[in-house]
Write a protein that binds this ligand. Sequence first.
Ligand SMILES: NC(=O)c1ccc[n+]([C@@H]2O[C@H](COP(=O)([O-])OP(=O)(O)OC[C@H]3O[C@@H](n4cnc5c(N)ncnc54)[C@H](O)[C@@H]3O)[C@@H](O)[C@H]2O)c1
Length: 328
Amino acid sequence: MEMLVVGEADIRQAVSMEEAISVVEDGFTSLADGQVNLPPVLSLEMPEIRGEIHVKGAHVTGAPSFAIKLAAGFYDNHLLGLPTGSGMMLVFSARTGFPEALLLDNAYLTELRTAAAGAIAAKYLAKKDLSVVGVVGAGAQGRYQIMALAKVRPFDKLVVYDLDEDRLASYVEEMPGIVGVDCEAAADVQQVVTESDLLVTATPSAKPYVQAQWLHPGLHITAMGADNPGKQELESEALARADLLVCDVKIQCFERGELHHGLEDGIIDEQSEVVELGELTAGRHPGRTDDSQITICDLTGVGVQDTVIASLAYQKALDAGFGSRLEM
Ligand SMILES: NC(=O)c1ccc[n+]([C@@H]2O[C@H](COP(=O)([O-])OP(=O)(O)OC[C@H]3O[C@@H](n4cnc5c(N)ncnc54)[C@H](O)[C@@H]3O)[C@@H](O)[C@H]2O)c1
């Protein structure tokens, strides 16, 4: 029995952001159609070293393979000159359960599938004409979210804030060359929120830093940093200011996303109207219907995103003849 082992460089060459957006969109539709077997997230947290590992996976009914993904986030890695995220994905045969491929992607596929979800949210929830896009958190996702957004919606300018001045400065220097628009460093989060038509929050903050009173008509927020119960980026009251609340999957967001804090603080309850992203991609909910609405999308990262992107990467690697065969 053999398994294909594919390294990060080949995976980067094999899978594009456009393809990631397309398969992730289909994955959310399958989820909304009840076609996905989705187990709960296994999460190992090591607060004393600011580290965590998430294990996620899913099977889409009828798909020939499925994946289990391990993704680590170690938030002091930058002090060692390393990125925060690392990890790998394992692809299995859905007929025999035997492993078919080990994708040593160093979290690249997680970055893509997460950014793809943000772009899909923007497609259905952001105003048609975007001028300023704001980012809080000038790290990996602060970059990938914007690269994905640029594939679905044009915008004129980026405004960004980060607690770390060096990371902020490198972001401002790099991003114009990547997405072709000006990028300005903001003095604080309030400036980012008030100037933006679309805001991405991409930090591991344990304390909410986006105040409800700063939200303004027309704003769309994709809050994707909080993927554990201890993280929160938006004040819970911000959820009450939204005309439309969307999330990737309710059971997860009620346990580990912004919605979790909204529930705990009594701002929403389990009966509050929260639309899942798959309802939008399946065409069962229109998303934004008016330029003055405030919309919020809470993303915690769903196993179906990992399965569809890993299956895509496996297939593309096979087609391109990438990777090496390992005897098991
Ligand atoms: N929802 C998902 O599917 C998903 C997927 C991947 C990562 N994440 C989460 O997204 C978050 C960001 O991940 P990353 O890989 O981009 O991390 P990163 O370490 O590369 O970047 C995070 C940035 O946020 C900044 N920051 C931290 N607290 C801040 C604050 N209060 N205000 C302003 N800036 C602040 C840091 O200085 C850093 O530059 C993490 O919480 C991670 O777990 C979620």
